[in-house]
Design a protein around this ligand. Structure first.
Ligand code: G
Ligand code: G
Ligand code: MN
Length: 638
């Protein structure tokens, strides 16, 4: 019935499967369901080949003994058992490769598996009912009705897999198309040849070789895998997201953004950050059943899932420490969570969940819902900042400061504006915090100082009687290396005296970065620059910095002035603030002055300088110059 040629086919199929299994196991990435299904499929073909091999060898011994007869029968039975699973496994594998499996809920999965379960049970119990096949005492194999069912089920799964392939054809990379076509063609050819020439038992070998092709291409995702953490890389995320949006698939996206603190890195060495990334990705892989993990940034993972419950699992785990060797580490992290079709409308937006500057930590570890909009708006602002630098659409506006006595022009505050070609007018309240986070603040700062220097160099400010121009500084800027030196270089280039510049630093940040600030202010003062404390009375009132830092001027925030007009309590606060600052022998500027009544009130209190819409809004340099030249002309006329 079988000759040794058959055994040759089976041995080859067996050896090929063994090779495929070996390489699959040797590859490091094998945690994904798709890889496990591939392994299962290969093992199934390997076993089929093995049982056929045993049958062929035993059958070749000429007159089989009773023992070998039993062995042949057992192999035949086991071959049936394993071979029945082949088409369903192939179908399941295809569904996983194209990502269709994720979309099936459990009832649907069960329905799809039903024909397999029924036929497999039928084959398994065949010794009881001989419905599938029957072996006559002389060894002849008699086909039963059941075998028809097995074939029909197999045809159903092959057709289903094939259909899904055609539907998803254009979503696959060319490499995948070629590999899968190769596998399908070989399998179909193998079956056909075996049907037409029953002596050439080539089907299993064809399938095994096809599998080897799949291993080399589909299963080998080196170009999609991140080498350190062995999850998908950013490129894979972009391709997958493109498909998700093209097809309108429903997904939840969760981004875990780790912050690897500097002191920690210095302490543990750079490899510690990799170890932490691996520990976090290991946890994610543990839970990877129906979701995919990507490394979207050097310190960020993105998870795409069908399952909303994912957020809860990750939130809970991230509160626990991660073990790195003998030490336990609690990484700082933030989570960004969104429903992909409802809240995110493009691949670019989802990527922003990993890339965009986040709102401050104080507002919570999780960014989702309404706050996603803030995130997206911040990201738009960030793009506008880059555009602004390229298209030169930043402009410095000036708002006058007047003397308390005589109300003459005393100085001006430089305030940055961004005329964006896409979003229109942008104000520093919105973009300065973003610029501080991504470092663009340093370029903006340099631009402002240069513009102010140009204005000063023109000689017009001095002619108008101005003593200096106020420039806002954020603490982030002060932290630049050689900051004071760089500033001196710039003003030296324009031949400006340092005392023509007065830097404003906001009070609320002064508390946190006190040590840095103290040093920078000392350096500034040593070099002849002036200093103001901005926004006094907002946020944290840091008495220590008011007393000890060497400010020339304290700027009382507009909210204090406005509250003084509204309530008795507000008036007491303003009066006592002014008195305290006078005792400290610092000069006082009040901003937000909008009415004559406010001017009179502040004059009575003995405030040194006024700034506000009462005198002028912040305006462009030409408008500012025009305004004061006109004013001095009318004064001269009168
Ligand atoms: O002009 P406006 O009220 O929009 O300014 C809001 C805030 O933005 C100001 O209080 C000021 O602190 C900040 N700001 C304006 N211009 C600059 C600038 O050039 N550099 C920095 N660091 N901050 C600025
Ligand atoms: O950082 P600082 O508080 O110095 O910034 C001053 C900001 O306050 C400017 O951007 C300016 O637009 C705003 N401002 C200045 N004077 C007035 C005023 O009289 N009324 C109001 N509403 N805002 C003002
Ligand atoms: Mn200011």
């Amino acid at each position: 019935m079988h000759d040794v040629n058959d055994a040759g086919f089976f041995v080859s199929a067996f050896a090929t499967c063994l090779l495929v299994i070996l390489f699959t196991l040797l590859r490091r990435q094998r945690h994904k369901p798709q890889n496990r299904m591939f392994l299962l499929l290969t093992v199934d073909i390997l076993l089929s080949a093995f049982f056929m091999m045993v049958r062929a060898f035993e059958g070749y011994h000429g007159n089989p003994s009773a023992d070998s007869f039993v062995l042949i029968e057992k192999s035949r039975y086991l071959y049936f058992v394993t071979h029945t699973a082949l088409a369903p496994l192939f179908c399941a594998y295809i569904l996983m490769v194209i990502g269709a499996a994720d979309r099936l809920n459990w009832p649907k999965r069960l329905a799809l598996a039903a024909p397999f379960i029924v036929t497999e049970l039928m084959v398994l119990t065949n010794p009881l009912h001989h419905f599938v096949y029957y072996v006559k005492p002389d060894g002849d194999h008699v086909r039963g009705m059941g075998e028809m069912f097995v074939y029909v089920a197999a045809a159903f799964y092959m057709a289903a897999g094939f259909l899904q392939l055609l539907i998803h054809w254009y979503a696959m990379t060319v490499k995948r198309r070629i590999a899968i076509s190769y596998f399908v063609t070989l399998t179909v050819l193998g079956i056909l040849i075996q049907l037409l020439f029953p002596n050439i038992r080539i089907e299993l070998l064809a399938e095994a070789v096809g599998l080897a092709g799949l291993l080399l291409s589909v299963e080998n995702e080196d170009d999609r895998i991140d080498a350190t953490t062995e999850v998908y890389n950013r490129n894979a995320l972009i391709l997958d997201l493109d498909e998700i949006f093209r097809k309108g698939m429903k997904r939840y996206a969760l981004c875990i953004r780790l912050r690897l603190r500097e002191p920690y890195l210095l302490l543990e060495g750079v490899s510690a950050s990799n170890a932490l990334l691996e520990a976090v990705s290991d946890f994610l892989k543990e839970n990877e059943v129906w979701y995919r993990i990507y490394r979207v940034t050097p310190n960020g993972f993105m998870i795409l899932s069908m399952d909303e419950g994912l957020l809860e699992v990750v939130e809970k785990r991230m509160k626990e420490p991660f073990a790195l060797g003998a030490t336990e580490v609690r990484p700082e992290y933030r989570l960004v969570y969104a429903a992909v079709q409802e809240e995110m409308s493009s691949t670019g937006e989802v990527l922003l969940m990993g890339d965009a500057a986040l709102p401050p930590v104080e507002e919570g570890l999780l960014v989702s819902g309404e706050r996603l909009k803030i995130l997206l708006r911040r990201a738009e602002a960030e793009e506008a900042l880059h555009r602004g630098l390229q298209e030169h659409s930043f402009e410095v506006f000036y708002q006058p400061v007047h003397e308390g006595r005589g109300e003459k022009l005393y100085a001006a505050e430089a305030l940055i504006r961004l005329h964006d070609s896409v979003l229109g007018e942008l104000y520093p309240d919105e973009f300065i915090p973003v610029a501080e986070q991504n470092g663009i603040i340093n370029e903006i700062g340099a631009f402002v100082v240069q513009e102010v220097c140009r204005f000063l160099q023109s000689g017009v400010p001095e002619k108008l009687g101005m003593h200096h121009i106020n420039v806002n500084l954020s603490v982030v800027q002060c932290m630049q290396e050689d900051f004071v030196l760089k500033l001196k270089e710039i003003i030296g280039h324009y031949r400006i005296r340092p005392s023509m510049l007065n830097f404003e630093i906001t009070e609320s940040v002064a508390a946190r970065d006190y040590a840095i600030l103290e040093r920078v202010i000392r350096e500034f003062k040593e070099n002849g620059f002036k200093f103001s404390m901005d926004d006094y009375g907002t946020g944290y009132s840091n008495m220590h910095s008011v007393f000890c830092l060497d400010f020339d001027v304290i700027k009382i925030d507009k909210s204090i002035l406005w509250e003084a007009e509204r309530s008795e309590r507000g008036r007491i606060i303003l009066e006592n603030s002014v008195r305290m600052i006078r005792v400290l022998k610092k000069q006082i500027l009040v901003e937000g002055v909008e009415t004559r009544a406010q001017v009179e009130l502040l004059k009575k209190l003995g405030v040194d300088y006024f700034q506000g819409y009462y005198y002028s809004r912040p305006v462009s340099r030409p408008d500012f110059v025009k305004l004061y030249q006109e004013r001095s002309e009318t004064e001269n006329d009168g």
